[in-house]
Design a protein around this ligand. Sequence first.
Ligand SMILES: [Fe+2]
Ligand SMILES: [Fe+2]
Length: 340
Amino acid sequence: MNKVLLLFLLIVSAEGFGGMPRAALGSKVGVSGQVVRKVGGKVLLRNLILPTLYSTMQPGDLPSNPSPPPPSDPPVPPPKKMDDRLYTLNKTIIDTVYDIICFVYKDKDYPRFFVLETVARVPYFAYLSVLHLRETFGDRSGGERMRTHYAEADNELHHLLIMESLGGNDSIIDRTIAQSMAFGYYWYVILVYFVSEQAAYHLSELIEDHAFNTYDGFLKKNEAKLKTLPVPDIARKYYEEDNPFLFDLFCTVPETDEETGQFSKRRPKLNSLYDVFVNVRNDEREHWKTLCNLVQYEDMKGPPGGVVGSKVIGTQLDEDLREKRKLEGGGLGDFKNPFE
Ligand SMILES: [Fe+2]
Ligand SMILES: [Fe+2]
């Protein structure tokens, strides 16, 4: 350090630096903002004294110093499609399990929701576990995802608590079924996530699609009755009283014209159990959007302009599935951001 100071003093005294306008000294700004000067035919790079130099500069001292243009946004990459065999395998697994649960719990909505919520939140634990392990071995790239996945898991926990408050977990048989499935599914997602993040995120994309449809259908079928039922305490606490920091954290895709980005502000006020289920349904859509982007762009926010469900590569399969979904009259389909 003393050498640097000595070098600086030598330069200043040799060239009459002190007291003279800096521009008059012929300083130039080179690449990377380094100030270069010619002294005795040699170019001195003054990286080390740059902070001192800039701290004493006046505006206009360096007229030949145009600020570099702001970096333009990188071009949006095309979405990554999925191998159709992987897509079909995931779809078959999720649809089969979902159909079995719906068959077993045909007329028992709250136990059905309890089982679905218990299983549907497990993938977020699995992602977090793998990301934590990678972090342990020095990979620090997953920090932002870890925070979002934790916020998603916390949101799903509150869905589960709401279902429990409605009696969804009253039976020990239902609890045993749900917890056994969750245990097995956790390890399955861990394995898949190790091999292919895209495949693991796609599994959840399919689950969240089902979750949205399930609650949407339930709301349409039971609107009148739900509007007469009270709001569970846990729902009021979570949606109205708690700090919404974690809630806003998992809403990664803008769907609002609010500049604040506080997505929690657009949640409907809770006047009845109907509003609670509207909130739960909309939360599932937020999860779905984030997962679609992770599958296709390896990014939670994705490109502007809305979200499209994941597709397969070069086969008719995806079109067939879309057609089938249209005929069934449901599904998230392709969400287009109305505010973009
Ligand atoms: Fe949920
Ligand atoms: Fe969800």
